[in-house]
Ligand binder design. Structure first.
Ligand code: AMP
Ligand code: ZN
Length: 121
C-alpha cells in the first residue's frame, strides 16, 4: 500500500536499517522508543492489525513472534515485553501489523512499576 509508512519501510522506499530481514518480515528500531530497547517486527505484506489476520497468515504470525524472541536473545535481553496494539482504542497508530519488542529495564523501580493486570481486582 503506497500510503502506508510501514509498507514503504518494508519496500525500502524509506531507507531504514533492518536488524533482521527474511522473505516475509523485517525488524528495525522504533523511531521514538518507549523503552531502553524498542524494536518493531513487521510483515512485508500489508495486514492492518491482529484483528485482520486470517488462516492464510499462520506462518507470518508465528514468524513475527519467533523473530522477536530470537532478536531479544541476540540482544541479551533476559526479560522483555512483546506487544501488539490493536485498533485505535488499543493504541494502534500505524495501521500495518507490527509487534513491539520492548526491554532493557534494569532498575527495580521501573520493573516494580510495570502494570500487572489481575483478575481479582
Ligand atoms: P503503534 O502505536 O502500535 O501503532 O506503534 C507505532 C510505532 O511506530 C510507534 O512506536 C512509533 O514510534 C513507530 N514509528 C513510526 N514511524 C516510524 C518510522 N519511520 N521508523 C520507525 N518507527 C516508527
Ligand atoms: Zn502497510
Amino acid at each position: 500500500m503506497d500510503s502506508c509508512v510501514f509498507c514503504q519501510i518494508a519496500n525500502k522506499k524509506i531507507p531504514t536499517h533492518f536488524v533482521f530481514e527474511t522473505a516475509g518480515i523485517v525488524a528495525f528500531k522504533d523511531i521514538k522508543p518507549s523503552a531502553p530497547v524498542h524494536y518493531l517486527i513487521i510483515p512485508k505484506e500489508h495486514v492492518k492489525s491482529v484483528a485482520h489476520l486470517n488462516e492464510t497468515h499462520d506462518a507470518i504470525a508465528a514468524e513475527l513472534i519467533f523473530a522477536a524472541r530470537d532478536l531479544a536473545d541476540k540482544l541479551g535481553l533476559k526479560g522483555y515485553k512483546l506487544v501488539f496494539n490493536v485498533g485505535s482504542e488499543g493504541g494502534q497508530v500505524i495501521d500495518h501489523l507490527h509487534l513491539h519488542l520492548l526491554g532493557g529495564w534494569n532498575n527495580k523501580t521501573d520493573i516494580d512499576a510495570m502494570p500487572h493486570p489481575r483478575l481479582d481486582k
